[in-house]
Design a protein around this ligand. Sequence first.
Ligand SMILES: *Cc1c(COP(=O)(O)O)cnc(C)c1O
Length: 433
Amino acid sequence: MFVSENLTVNNKNHLVIGKNDTVELAKEFGTPLYVLDEDLIRKNCRIYKDAMDKYYGGKGLVLYANKAFCSLYTCRIVNEEGLGVDVVSGGELYTAVKAGFPMDRVYFHGNNKTDDEIEFAVENGVGNIIVDNIYELEKLNETAGKRGIIQNIMFRIKPGVDAHTHSFVQTGQIDSKFGVALENGEAFEIIEKASKMPNVRVNGVHCHIGSQIFDIEPFCKAAEVMMNFIGDLKDRLDLEIDCLNLGGGYGIMYTENDDPVPYDEYIQHVSEIVKKTAGERGVKLPFILMEPGRSIVAPAGITLYTVGGIKDIKNVRKYVSVDGGMGDNPRYIMYESEYEAVIANNADAARTEKVTIAGKCCESGDILIRDAMMPEINVGDTLAVLATGAYNYSMASNYNRIPRPAVVAVSDGKAKVVVKRETYEDIIRNDIM
Ligand SMILES: *Cc1c(COP(=O)(O)O)cnc(C)c1O
């Protein structure tokens, strides 16, 4: 009935997530409110992990891409599930350190890691650093040298694969700020240089072709290209590569128009290609890494709002404004992303009118859903926007000095605050004078 499997309706006709009545959650914790279903996050982690065991003999590790939703809480949950994490900044790394995440399962990405971030990573013993460019490689070799260690590294490669997704979230093509390209020899050159450096060890190669992708084909293509590159490195440099990191990007269902592939099928198909190409090229089977972010947390999240002013502009548009917006969910203003919404206190009512659900920020583009078919909405209703677990909280801002919402995690009928609601005091916390 809803886009996410964990949502139901109870006998009061209220929307329920993880056995919790969402209307009660809104009353108890206030709105806007992010709600995360811990049981579904754990289930999604296990689907990936089990598929890695089943289709690739467990010779791999699933990394949760922290940028989708990074907090002490999410780090702890995915650690308990035995996943690794990828981090893309000093702040995400700091969060993982503070959450007690084992550093050998941390992978550090980013196209412009600062000197401080590199030092912070080396100092904390981050397992693998995914090198993006030559400046970073040199800095890393020097930093590791000063500490007398050999740092494991991987290289971010652009495999030249079209991911069939929004151009803002495509990353595998040559015209991208991420990584080094194959087709002009750049990737080969940088790895040849690295292989001669004393304080780095080339452990693997990495690619990430984009996000919210619904086809298996581009992932298979990327795996094949990367395996052939591993073959070339062996043939031309006599360099054996241990790890192949295939990134994330698996699509999820935001609305009924989305048709995602079951997560385990990606691993199934990609494993086959890796094994086949390894055989053809005479290279050993690499340890595989995959980095799902969105697909682990997005379906587990919803955001609850309270409906405020309703403006029916005759023959033009009906606006329904809520007490949040682009501050807690900037995905419409960034990508015109689509979402589904439910009146939490009247969850299975017939959808009879077209409305535009707007936020409270001073931007006309501050929309949550344009032209949504909704039941009759009244001031004071609780509105739930679905599948907001990824890239909502993590992209949230204090625009208009609106405090960020709290995050509540639910599991088996229990709810707990895992990130506090910001206060006005928090808003001025760093202001001096
Ligand atoms: C963003 C990102 C991911 C995760 O992408 P999803 O679409 O959330 O699965 C994985 N790896 C890298 C390097 C990324 O930048």
